[in-house]
Design a protein around this ligand. Structure first.
Ligand SMILES: O=C1CCCN[C@@H]1CCCn1cnc2ccccc2c1=O
Length: 516
């Protein structure tokens, strides 16, 4: 196992492949678009899952499990819902040698598996609210270039599906879930996100409105959808006829049936890929302490052929004591006592795996009653190092891990803020986009206008006078979201839409960017 031998800034694709394989997150598999999640990445998914599952349980969401197969009758219940997605549906057409009478779909998402059941389960308003979640896998037979964690034909996620008596209850939940999604990224993965609403073009056709958190990959300057929380309104309850007696109508002498108000919300293993792309460097993975399977690795130093067995024994005993001290305050620790490997080799090995903090401990440290620490998140080797008194370990190391977590989020937030550029002049749009930025502009919110912005910002024709290699073709800018956090400056009926060919006035600041 040698180190990473391609620089992130030189070739992101090759860098990413080396970082996730040599960091033992992913192994490749012989079905295109499918990958093995090694224990290193599955442990991160488990930490995300533990945190988010505890949160939704405070809302009394219960986990359930629905079949992976969906009948074509159910899947195709509503053409509008399926439009645009049909090409991604994987079908089972044979059992052994015999053809299936009616092919069944492999779930790409579970609305159409769950909602016929909801219709049976929900008869009275007393059955509301119904709140189910699944931690499962879904299959989408994508044809776009696959990328481990970011775009694969099978991925893990959670999908929450709830039904409420009133629109207010539903809306409150949609926003609470989105806040928790933002917390998963910012508090656990140290990845900044922008909260917002999807435009008409980008929202889920089966939803009243889609709320989203949008991430950013500085290395490519592209936005990335990080999670979504949909207010489905009554679309699906009308499609699947999920109604209840309206309890308030009784008093008014009317006994009317109301369609329930539904939400669906999802976060996927793409979150792990965003974390890797955000924090990884030219030595490999950098894992935020809050989700790291191993937070600290202790590596004995100064053991040479001249070290007497007693001295080695004494050193290893002290290392074990340091380990148990840290474990006693909840730190996840490993020791690397492997014989026959130099400390330098071990440092490189654990750096590739992105362990947030290394503790070196040799006879000199033992004499001084201290350990030497080395933070993984700081590139400069000298700045990364520190000393901690052995007596202070139980407080100093947890504090240091928290500091690393905070600093990782601050660094990534600075990069996102510097590359999220607010513009009002169209002439700056494409150059800024080509400068690896996402762009916040006044926009009319028209879907046709949005399509025009995308077309105008695609780089197909070679820019004038620029050599071919610099002007690789690039997709146009899509709208990423209408940020909840709206800057000042748009005057209703006065501020023009950014698109010079659009006659309409701007309604909101809309975030645009090339995206995954
Ligand atoms: O995002 C979420 C969050 C979790 C629950 N589902 C919603 C909406 C999924 C939208 N979607 C996305 N890809 C699809 C692919 C094939 C068929 C249907 C679909 C489809 O409905």
């Amino acid at each position: 196992l040698i180190g990473i031998d391609v620089a992130k800034e030189d070739n992101l694709a090759d860098w990413y492949t080396q970082v996730i394989t040599k960091g033992q997150m992913i192994s490749y598999y012989d079905v295109a678009g499918c990958y093995i999640l090694e224990p290193g990445s599955y442990a991160i998914w488990e930490n995300i899952k533990a945190w988010f599952d505890a949160k939704i349980k405070t809302l009394k969401v219960r986990n359930a499990y629905f079949p992976i197969f969906i009948s074509s009758d159910n899947l195709e219940r509503e053409k509008e819902h399926l439009e645009g997605f049909a090409a991604e549906v994987a079908w089972v057409t044979k059992g052994g040698k015999s053809d299936l009478e009616k092919p069944v779909a492999v779930r790409p998402t579970s609305e159409t598996a769950m909602y016929p059941h909801f219709a049976r389960k929900i008869q009275s308003h007393r059955d509301l609210p119904l709140k189910l979640n699944q931690w499962n896998n879904v299959v989408r037979w994508e044809f776009k270039h696959p990328m481990p964690f970011i775009r694969s034909r099978e991925f893990l996620w959670q999908e929450g599906h709830t039904a409420h008596l009133t629109q207010e209850q539903a809306t409150e939940e949609v926003l609470q879930i989105l806040d928790w999604y933002a917390d998963v990224y910012q508090e656990l993965l140290a990845v900044p996100v922008v909260k917002g609403t999807k435009t008409v073009n980008e929202k889920f056709p089966g939803a009243d409105f889609t709320t989203t958190i949008e991430g950013f990959i500085p290395a490519t300057g592209r936005g990335i959808q990080a999670a979504t929380s949909h207010a489905l309104g009554q679309h699906f309850s009308k499609m699947f006829n999920i109604t209840v007696e309206d309890p308030t109508a009784k008093e008014a002498g009317k006994s009317e049936h109301v369609h329930v108000w539904q939400n669906s919300w999802g976060l996927t293993t793409r979150s792990i890929g965003v974390m890797i792309l955000t924090h990884g460097d030219n030595r490999g993975l950098v894992i935020p302490p809050r989700v790291a399977e191993i937070q600290v690795v202790i590596i004995p130093a100064g053991v040479t052929a001249k070290t007497t067995p007693e001295a080695k024994e004494d050193l290893y005993n002290k290392v074990d004591k340091i380990k148990s001290d840290l474990e006693s305050v909840g730190v996840r620790v490993e020791t690397d006592l492997r014989e026959g490997y130099s400390p330098g080799f071990k440092f490189n090995d654990w750096e590739m795996k992105g362990i947030p903090l290394r503790i070196e401990f040799g006879p000199k440290d033992a004499e001084k009653g201290q350990v030497t620490t080395s933070r993984r998140d700081i590139d400069d080797k000298t700045a990364a190092r520190g000393e901690t008194k052995i007596d202070d370990l139980k407080t100093a190391i947890p504090e240091l891990l928290e500091q690393i977590q905070k600093d990782m989020l601050a660094k990534a937030t600075k990069a996102y803020d510097e590359h999220r550029v607010q513009l009002t002049n169209w002439d700056d749009f494409v150059p800024t986009l080509n400068g690896k930025n996402v762009i916040l502009v006044p926009h009319c919110e028209g879907d046709k206008c949005e399509d025009e912005v995308k077309a105008k910002s695609a780089r197909t024709a070679l820019g004038d006078g620029v050599t071919e290699d610099k002007q690789a073709p690039a997709m146009g800018a899509k709208s990423l979201c209408i940020p909840f956090d709206q800057p000042e400056g748009i005057k209703e009926g006065e501020t023009k839409c950014i698109n010079p060919d659009c006659k309409n006035f701007a309604k909101k600041w809309v975030l645009f960017g090339r995206s995954y």
